[in-house]
Design a protein around this ligand. Structure first.
Ligand code: KIV
Ligand code: ZN
Length: 523
């Protein structure tokens, strides 16, 4: 039997990035998009162009630079949104898609939109027609589709397909659906919308994980005729997240018997690499016991299991860890490794970096190589992450000394370099005391930079194995007039990593202030 091809629509850069604290800058988004292309997703939803200049530019850059997948931009059923999405995906040419959405459920119609069914139908059709005036590939989503009256949903699907939508996506926006019921809904749409049953329009699903059922609901829909699944790497997304791409792909592959004639084109060997990159770029940690990509996903603790795996792996492993990209790491680099070796390894890891980027990373690599015996691929990924999240520095760390202990008042001496355009940098020094050495160092930084940040989130994790592992600190800092500003820093010394992460947030804050001032000074 010929396999039914399931289209994997990745929304890590749109719904995933909507997750609080997950925002990524342009370079981070581009790195993720390139990795998604290597993972061979079919569609990358790169953002919501009308939302901000940053989102517009990110979608446009992904459309211009990433080859292979279709590039989609999201839009409400509003002319200015659709126009912005069309402009942003234009560089992708025939691989561009506009994804238009409008809520259809009774609760959204009555309380959010204040519109009756016929008006919703009219707006949906107008939105799709406008999108089609720009591009052939148009997707429509009836938001809160799973809670929409099924008869009305059938009507909406028929109308938007007649208006030119090539894909209709049924979102379980609030994660309310149950697998059997959702499967039945998809089957009904499949049977009652002639273009779905004939295959001339694609039926898609987009499930949220509020009850932990996003993957189960998506797979139930596949069994009942869905041809596209919308998902995110590591399942990141609004609230409890979206269906996890790696779980969908591996379920289809591992249980081919159950999903008889369905397959997707994901290059599963790129899964772990994608998961780690997204985790690092979004600063969202992956739980240890997460299916497929968690540290424990293939770790057998009990003696009985270990014995069984040694005798025959399949006794306790339904997937081969190598098939999803575990255990592929190469020999670590050391301080003796040269510039060429580093450049080659970074290329092998999939990063596209300029010579000056590699030079800057080489400098940090040498500093770290002096402190730890081996520099692993994960350490390098952290260094790249630290480098590409950097904004032009106003302040850089020159010297840090801390005293701390259970009978000492924690004290930090910090010397910062203030970089001031063409003038020579200025060195300024301060001391601070605090509840602990991190608090003391951050207080000294506050005094030097005269920015009073409130540290609202702080995460420390070891990037690789060993007592000399690199520690990576991610922070979220609240400055008076700004939303949370993220920062990242890595070092073998966790106090230094903390100071670097905090300073990274301060520099972002100051840089953003400057660009806002420059922007508002424009005519
Ligand atoms: O969850 C949702 O309904 C969405 C739509 C925009 C597809 O993200
Ligand atoms: Zn969503």
């Amino acid at each position: 039997m010929k396999a039914r091809r399931i289209i994997i629509f990745d929304t890590t850069l749109r719904d995933g990035e909507q997750c609080p604290g997950a925002s990524m800058n342009l370079r981070e988004k581009l790195e993720v998009a390139r990795q998604l292309a290597r993972l061979r997703v079919d569609v990358i939803e790169a953002g919501f162009p009308v939302i901000s200049d940053g989102d517009f530019q990110a979608v446009q850059a992904v459309a211009r630079e990433v080859r292979g997948p279709t590039i989609a931009g999201l839009a409400r059923c509003v002319a200015k949104d659709i126009d912005a999405a069309a402009a942003a995906v234009k560089p992708a040419g025939r691989r561009g898609r506009i994804h238009v959405f409008l809520a259809t459920s009774k609760i959204h119609r009555e309380f959010k939109l204040g519109k009756a069914q016929d008006e919703i139908l009219r707006l949906a059709v107008e939105g799709v027609r406008r999108a089609r005036s720009y591009i052939e590939d148009v997707e429509f989503s009836p938001e809160d589709g799973s809670r929409t009256e099924p008869e009305f949903l059938v009507q909406v699907c028929r109308a938007v397909v007649a208006a030119g939508a090539t894909t209709v996506n049924i979102p379980d926006t609030v994660g309310w659906a149950m697998p059997d019921q959702f499967g039945e809904l998809i089957q009904r749409l499949h049977d009652e919308v002639p273009e779905f049953s004939s295959g001339s329009a694609v039926i898609s699903v987009h499930c949220h994980n509020d009850l932990g059922l996003a993957v189960a609901n998506s797979l139930a829909a596949v069994r009942h005729g869905a041809r596209q699944v919308e998902c995110t790497v590591n399942g990141i997304g609004e609230r409890a997240g979206n269906a996890a791409l790696e779980e969908i792909a591996m379920a289809l592959k591992t249980r081919k018997d159950f999903f008889a004639a369905c397959a997707c084109g994901i290059n599963t060997r790129e899964i772990v690499k994608s998961s780690r990159l997204v985790s690092r770029m979004s600063s969202l940690l992956v739980q240890r016991n997460k299916a497929v990509v968690g540290e424990n996903a293939f770790a057998h603790a009990s003696g009985i299991h270990q014995d069984g795996v040694l005798k025959k792996r399949e006794c306790y492993e339904i997937m081969n860890p190598v098939s999803v990209g575990w255990g592929k790491s190469q020999l670590p680099l050391t301080k003796h490794s040269g510039h060429a070796a580093l450049a080659a390894r970074l290329k092998h890891l999939g990063f596209r970096l300029s010579d000056s980027d590699v030079d800057a990373i080489f400098k940090r690599f040498k500093e770290i190589g002096d402190k730890k015996k081996f520099v692993y691929d994960d350490d390098l990924t952290a260094l790249v992450g630290g480098h590409i999240t950097e904004v032009p520095e106003t302040w850089s760390l020159d010297y840090l000394h801390v005293t701390s202990g259970n009978q000492t008042v924690p004290t930090a001496t910090v010397r910062l370099k203030r970089l001031q355009g063409k003038k020579p940098p200025e060195l300024l020094q301060e001391a601070g005391i605090g509840d602990g050495p991190v608090d003391a160092a951050l207080k000294a930084i506050d005094r030097l930079t005269q920015t009073r940040g409130r540290l609202l989130e702080y995460t420390l994790r070891a990037v690789s194995q060993g007592k000399d592992a690199l520690g990576e600190v991610s922070v979220k800092v609240k400055f008076a007039d700004r939303d949370l500003v993220p920062g990242k820093g890595a070092s073998t010394d966790v106090i230094e990593a903390s100071a670097r992460a905090y300073l990274n947030a301060v520099n972002r804050y100051l840089f953003c202030g400057q660009s806002k001032r420059a922007h508002s000074a424009q005519p």
